[in-house]
Design a protein around this ligand. Structure first.
Ligand SMILES: Cc1ncc(COP(=O)(O)O)c(C=O)c1O
Length: 391
């Protein structure tokens, strides 16, 4: 009956038992049973149907987390979705589930910098090697494959440089060599891109961003296909990486308006992109200019674009770039994104990490905008006044 996901999000998870439009927040460490017989019955059900929401201890979740998982599983078109206390928890869970000492990972050069530290430095201590590839030259990916390669991990688009890759090609390379795949889909969310349907094994979203949408909660989701489900389930159990019910409730509340907010982020970002694209000092890192490779790769797979974009600014005067950023009045300066409000970040080395394929010249500087839900005319006026400082 309900065909559109927009309608599903508004009507799902009503609680007729408590006569509430929204589900209750069920907080529990002990899941209480009337007798031993009842706990055994639940455990049997859980064994038979591990995705059915049968719990015997609070660390496994409560009905509040289960409702969120069910909504996300539908949105992702996946076999199951695991929810974690942060987005980075989902990144870790995906990798930890399938990689073991002696294995190798192939990761895209522009991954989120903590993901780079985890793979390049931390996992090395466990005899797990990571090789980084150029997101615009998938031959560098294929050439890096060895008998030890277990996982291809990347983010689309790339962190801060917003490189869009040929997703179909990555899936076919992975299938050819029987390698597992994980994509960080926080930028597009499954509202604009459904990676499990495209053939990826795991798909991560930081729920901290657009899912919650109000900059007041952290969380992560890891969607999986049937092939990797048991491995992730076992790793989830042993790491205890599970989202708490209060955060699950807030993320479920945010999801009600995911489509409305993302449509508006997209509209606003398009207007800002049109304005910025006229400035000769700025190269837009956003799928806007139709003839670019990034635009073609975005168009091929995505049904929309979110509000996060990069600006590659050409200037010999770094202080004027800093002044431009500091003069913005409606763009708060801070990490994270995906909330209702606009944000800006001047990307120093700390944020871009030790990349192999970035090729940023000395007179090029990266600035990141998150375009919020304000009136776009106000945002453009703000950017215009701040741009006067750019030399
Ligand atoms: C692309 C991407 N993935 C994962 C994360 C990690 O999410 P969280 O901050 O919820 O741990 C971030 C955070 O900024 C991110 O930008």
């Amino acid at each position: 009956m309900v065909k559109s996901f927009k309608t599903f999000l508004k009507h799902t998870a009503k609680d007729f038992h408590n006569q509430s439009v929204n589900p209750p927040v069920v907080r529990a460490s002990t899941i209480i049973f009337k007798s031993m017989k009842h706990i055994r019955k639940t455990q049997k059900k859980a064994q038979k149907n591990p995705i059915g929401g049968h719990y015997d201890y609070g660390r496994q979740g409560t009905s509040t987390t289960y409702i969120l998982q069910k909504i996300l599983t539908k949105l992702e078109d996946s076999y199951h979705v695991f929810t974690t206390p942060t987005g980075f928890g989902s990144v870790f869970l995906a990798i930890f589930s399938v990689v073991r000492p002696g294995d190798e990972i192939i990761a895209a050069d522009p991954v989120y910098s903590p993901t780079r530290v985890l793979t390049q430095d931390f996992l090395r201590e466990f005899n797990i090697k990571t090789i980084f590839y150029n997101p615009h030259d998938l031959k560098t990916l294929e050439r890096s494959i060895t008998k030890k390669t277990k996982l291809i991990f990347f983010e689309n688009p790339g962190s801060n440089t917003f490189d869009f890759q040929d997703l179909g090609k990555i899936v076919s390379i992975a299938k050819k060599y029987k390698i597992l795949t994980a994509i960080d889909n926080t930028w597009g969310t499954p509202y604009y891109l459904k990676p499990i349907k495209l053939g990826f094994d795991m798909s991560i979203v930081s729920a901290t961003k657009y899912y919650s949408g109000h900059s007041d909660v952290m969380g992560g989701s890891l969607a999986v296909n049937k092939k990797v489900f048991q491995k992730v389930k076992a790793a989830e159990k042993i790491t205890g990486l599970r989202l708490g019910p209060d955060d699950a409730y807030l993320i479920t509340r945010g999801l009600r308006t995911l489509d409305v907010r993302l449509d508006r982020h997209r509209e606003n970002a398009k207007k800002i992109a049109a304005f910025l694209s006229k400035n000769k000092k700025i190269k837009l890192l956003y799928p806007f200019k139709k003839n670019s490779l990034n635009f073609r790769m975005w168009k091929k797979y995505y049904s929309g674009a979110s509000g996060l974009m990069g600006l590659k600014i050409k200037s010999n005067n770094i202080n004027s770039v800093r002044k431009f950023v500091n003069s913005l009045k409606l763009f708060g300066y801070g990490y994270s994104w995906g909330g209702f409000e606009s944000l800006v970040l001047h990307q120093e080395f700390r944020e871009t990490g030790n990349r192999k394929f970035m090729n940023l010249a000395k007179d090029e500087h990266l600035v990141r905008f998150h375009i919020g839900l304000e009136d776009p005319n106000d945002l453009i006026a703000d950017i215009k006044q701040a741009l006067r400082h750019l030399k």
